[in-house]
Design a protein around this ligand. Sequence first.
Ligand SMILES: Cc1cc2nc3c(=O)[nH]c(=O)nc-3n(C[C@H](O)[C@H](O)[C@H](O)COP(=O)(O)O)c2cc1C
Length: 159
Amino acid sequence: MEEQIRSEILKTIPYGFYITGVVGSDGEANGFTTCWVSQVSFEPQQVIVAVRKDQHTHDLIEDGGVFSLNFLDTEQEELARKFTEPLHPQNGTLAGSPYSTGETGAPLFEEAFAHLECRVVGKLEAGDHTVYLGEVAAASLTRPADILTDLDTPMEYGG
Ligand SMILES: Cc1cc2nc3c(=O)[nH]c(=O)nc-3n(C[C@H](O)[C@H](O)[C@H](O)COP(=O)(O)O)c2cc1C
């Protein structure tokens, strides 16, 4: 019973939705929908992202040492859904979404309204996830928008 209450309480923590872009040292790019993200330092500007250890994208971030956060807007729930499946890049797209390569080498998805590129400067083992500490290396704003959150969709991650 308490287990269920814990889970219900954890599910009330609000999150923004992103596609985290990753790239292996051999140049293999990928991306996945992510919500366990937070800023954790002003100076230098640093963020954390929690990545499940049994995912292919975990191997890529571990290998490449960089990631991008691609910010999704309130109209992009379908895009967020597409990136919850294992994907394979094809002709510069992933699940039909075009991307360019940022200055860190991480993929930047064109449909995102903003991008942050980060270099991994630390990590913490957290049970079934690894928490990566990323220092912001580059940023771009494509258009002003409101970020998609779990309050806007039935999609959830947590509990
Ligand atoms: C709403 C939502 C949020 C998610 N957030 C995260 C997250 O913060 N970290 C994570 O590792 N996986 C998260 N996932 C799961 C990944 O998107 C999913 O496992 C994806 O398939 C991983 O890509 P891969 O299999 O190519 O490695 C989330 C899934 C959903 C539905």
